[in-house]
Design a protein around this ligand. Structure first.
Ligand code: UFG
Length: 325
């Protein structure tokens, strides 16, 4: 089986490629805007900007030449704040990029797609704030979250139009690294921010401690990137199985079902680094919901996937890979 992985030179994509190598031939398509060439084998890499007008034709060629059987589409822009400043660009990149991938797939007769979606599709989770389920209402608050929800709609429309087999994985808060060279270079996510602070002698900042949560800080569902990578393989297997045909489910939460507060994460990072973290509470960051935790029942039942690693595994591996990435 040959799998085309878009965004395969990125932080998450390179973990997916690493998990896939044992069982599939791989083609990576990446524009290297945030991905890194050294994360991918030279013979696997095709450098290509998916949002460019020429992308459908070039992708079609690659799919036919390499005999691609399935696509894992991760390539996208993912900075929430940037998406608020540049909405049209986010739609062009994320929705336009997916449209080009689907155009090429239909032309080349490639019928299976695993699409990277996000917990950002849910938006503010009001009300009882229990773990969020796939059929809960989606009201994304950022253009980034909107592009992921529209992407899911586009996949469903392609299913209706020409029989695409697809799954959307709604990632929660991804962290950690499989090896010391595959770390998260993320500049705004909590764990890299805390690592950056403690290694440069600054105090980590907590964006608000007056939320309606047990310790007043925001609660998120952190999932290890290696567990997340395995979820893509489970989704691919599902697309090839008869269980897919009898199931109405296409969207899957990828989370642990356990929430950790910002304070708890800071404490765990301090433990992992054996450094003192004396956090400073600053103003809330606009747009942050108090609690975002997955209900992972569906992915466990349908794909047989469950997270195996915990927060300590994430902070420990993030620390071992810090600045080598
Ligand atoms: N935070 C701090 N201090 C920091 C950085 C973050 O207190 O220095 C807090 C944030 O306010 C938030 C929590 O840590 O409460 C997690 O923040 P992240 O930026 O790591 O992650 P988010 O939950 O904001 O966003 C993540 C992904 C997005 C995705 C979103 C969907 O990074 O891509 O989940 O829910 F859209």
């Amino acid at each position: 089986m040959t799998v085309l992985v878009t965004g395969g030179a990125g932080y998450i994509g390179s973990h997916v490629v690493r998990e896939l190598r044992d069982r599939s031939s791989i083609v990576v398509v990446d524009d290297l805007s945030t991905g890194r060439r050294d994360r991918v084998r030279p013979d696997e890499l095709v450098v290509l900007d998916l949002a460019d007008q020429t992308a459908p034709e070039l992708l079609h060629e690659v799919m036919v030449e390499r005999g691609v059987d399935a696509v894992i589409h991760l390539a996208a822009r993912k900075q929430v704040a940037e998406s608020v400043r540049r909405p049209a660009w986010y739609y062009t990149q994320n929705v336009g990029g997916l449209a080009h991938v689907l155009t090429a797939m239909e032309l080349a007769g490639v019928g299976r797609l695993v699409f990277s979606s996000s917990a950002a599709v849910y938006g503010d989770v009001e009300g009882d704030r229990g773990p969020v389920r796939e059929d809960d209402p989606c009201h994304p608050v950022s253009p980034y979250g909107q592009t992921k929800l529209v992407g899911e709609w586009l996949c469903r429309a392609a299913e209706d139009a020409w029989g695409l087999r697809w799954s959307a994985l709604r990632y929660f808060n991804v962290a950690g690294a499989a090896t010391s060279d595959l770390g998260d270079p993320g500049v705004t996510n909590l764990i890299p921010m805390v690592l950056d602070a403690v290694t440069s002698g600054r105090r980590p900042r907590i964006f608000g401690a007056d939320y309606d949560t047990p310790d007043g800080t925001c609660v998120r569902d952190y999932v290890h990137v290696q567990d997340l990578a395995r979820a893509h393989l489970a989704a691919l297997d599902h697309l090839g199985s008869s269980a897919y045909d009898s199931s109405p489910h296409r969207e899957f939460n990828v989370g642990t079902g356990r929430g950790s507060s910002v304070s708890e994460v800071v404490t765990e990072v301090a433990r992992a680094t054996s450094r003192k973290a004396d956090p400073e509470v600053v103003a809330r960051r606009p747009g942050d919901p108090a609690v975002v935790v997955a209900d992972p029942t569906r992915i466990r039942a349908d794909l047989g996937w469950a997270a195996e690693r915990d927060l300590a595994d994430m902070t420990g591996s993030a620390w071992r890979s810090w600045r080598s990435s």
